[in-house]
Ligand binder design. Structure first.
Ligand code: AMP
Length: 412
């Protein structure tokens, strides 16, 4: 079934056509009719599945119909998200799909001046897409009235819990009218999420996308066994082998992000970093430079990158394996989005083997191994443009030792 055949406003169909969305993705096909009917939805789907449009399309349609004159420009839909990047990104999807409608959409995040936000709120907003902190500030200052909200969306709920937003979620319910539609989305589901979900949704339609294989079919992923100290040489090689590709590199900590950044700089590779220490304007700048392709490599930590929709990431590199197995799915879900194909590789050192095992058991199958011939391995670490270092010295020492034992054996 194509979007053309859907019973939704022609103004929405027009923007879908402009965005190149012809057919619904799996989650859109399953969620849109239920949301249009007014049902609560519990959706288990990772990003990259088209989850955002799955709720944005029907919400925009419903609100166009409900925008009676006296309700115009009052917050009728609230979308809550755990991070600023996500809120900005989801607001953009609503704006793109709602472009030809008269609905006003506002992405509301902290870390930026609140005066312009207040100005927009005072003029009136139909759909508010927000992170909890700034939203509650402005609710308490009287700039946001949530008493007319009839659709609440909680997106990336598992991450909301991880980041400690449980109280905010409960608090927001106190501001909403008793009767409203709730759409609850999470990439993963465990007992904690289930408890939360079932305490706020009512008789929901449950939609689960590819529960057995959480990795998108569009992503080819593999693991390469590489010693910790050699990872940077392999990253250097990979980036140089794919000069025109957008590469997203995941590391475990912000310190490591900066180290990898410095290592790449030493070999003449321009990269960007994204982690918790960056302020909002830095983050926007980084996102923009990566999105526009000004810089092709972004080094990021999990929290900073979760859920971000960066168009056209060709390659995801797990420079460090993620401590939490499900983050593997989130990370490699940054590529192969929508209908595109993507590739991912994980650099696994011997110390990380237990994590690799945990990831494989989480995704329910082994990850194919990218075999690196010994000569290839040595070539990669010797042909670096990095200045010789301890590692190089170690290798030389090892080669010398081998040589010496070989000579000794010959003498005998
Ligand atoms: P999401 O899971 O919402 O982050 O969406 C992932 C990507 O899929 C985004 O880049 C969307 O633009 C794209 N997308 C969503 N729905 C469709 C569709 N029906 N056809 C093609 N691309 C889509």
């Amino acid at each position: 079934m194509k979007f053309e055949q859907y019973n939704i406003s022609p103004l929405i169909k027009q923007s879908l056509e402009e965005l190149g969305f012809k057919k619904p993705t799996d989650i859109q096909f399953k969620a849109i009719p239920s949301i249009l009917k007014g049902d609560d939805v519990l959706g288990i789907a990772q990003t990259g599945t088209g989850k955002t449009a799955a709720f944005a399309i029907p919400i925009l349609h419903l609100l166009m119909r409900r925008s009676h004159h006296n309700l115009r420009r009052q917050v009728k839909c609230l979308v809550m998200l755990p991070t600023r990047e996500l809120a900005i990104q989801i607001a953009q999807v609503f704006k793109d799909i709602g472009k030809h409608t008269e609905l006003t959409i506002l992405g509301l995040v902290g870390g930026v001046d609140q005066a312009p936000q207040i100005k927009k709120l005072d003029k009136g907003v139909d759909i508010l897409i927000a992170t909890p902190g700034r939203m509650f500030d402005l609710v308490s200052q009287g700039h946001i009235d949530l008493s007319r909200v009839d659709i609440l969306v909680l997106d990336e709920a598992d991450q909301m819990l991880d980041l400690g937003f449980i109280k905010d979620i409960r608090d927001v319910m106190k501001h909403l009218p008793a009767r409203h539609q709730t759409l609850f989305f999470s990439a993963t589901i465990d007992e904690k999420i289930k408890d939360l979900a079932y305490s706020i949704v009512h008789n929901p339609i449950r939609i689960q996308i590819s529960p057995k294989d959480p990795v998108s079919k569009n992503v080819t992923h593999s693991v390469a066994h590489i010693a910790m100290d050699d990872k940077r040489f392999f990253l250097e090689r990979l980036i140089k082998e794919f000069p025109n590709q957008k590469i997203l590199v995941f590391v475990r900590t912000k310190v490591r992000a900066e180290r990898v950044f410095a290592a790449m700089q030493r070999v003449g590779i321009d990269t960007l970093t994204m982690h918790g220490d960056k302020d909002q304007s830095d983050r926007l700048k980084v996102m923009n430079e990566f999105k526009t392709g000004k810089v092709q490599v972004l080094i990021a930590t999990d929290v900073s990158a979760r859920g971000i929709d960066i168009q056209g990431v060709d390659y995801v590199v797990n420079y460090d394996l993620p401590d939490i197995p499900e983050n593997y799915v989130h990370r490699i879900g940054r590529t192969g989005r929508g209908v595109n194909k993507g590739r991912a590789v994980s650099f696994c050192c011997p110390e990380e083997l237990p994590i690799l095992e945990a990831i494989q058991s989480y995704i329910g199958k082994p990850i194919s191994v990218m075999t690196i011939e010994k000569t290839d391995y040595v070539e990669t670490i010797t042909f670096t443009e990095d200045t010789p270092n301890d590692n190089w010295q170690l290798l030389l020492d090892e080669a010398e030792k081998e040589d010496a034992t070989r000579k000794k054996k010959k003498k005998k």
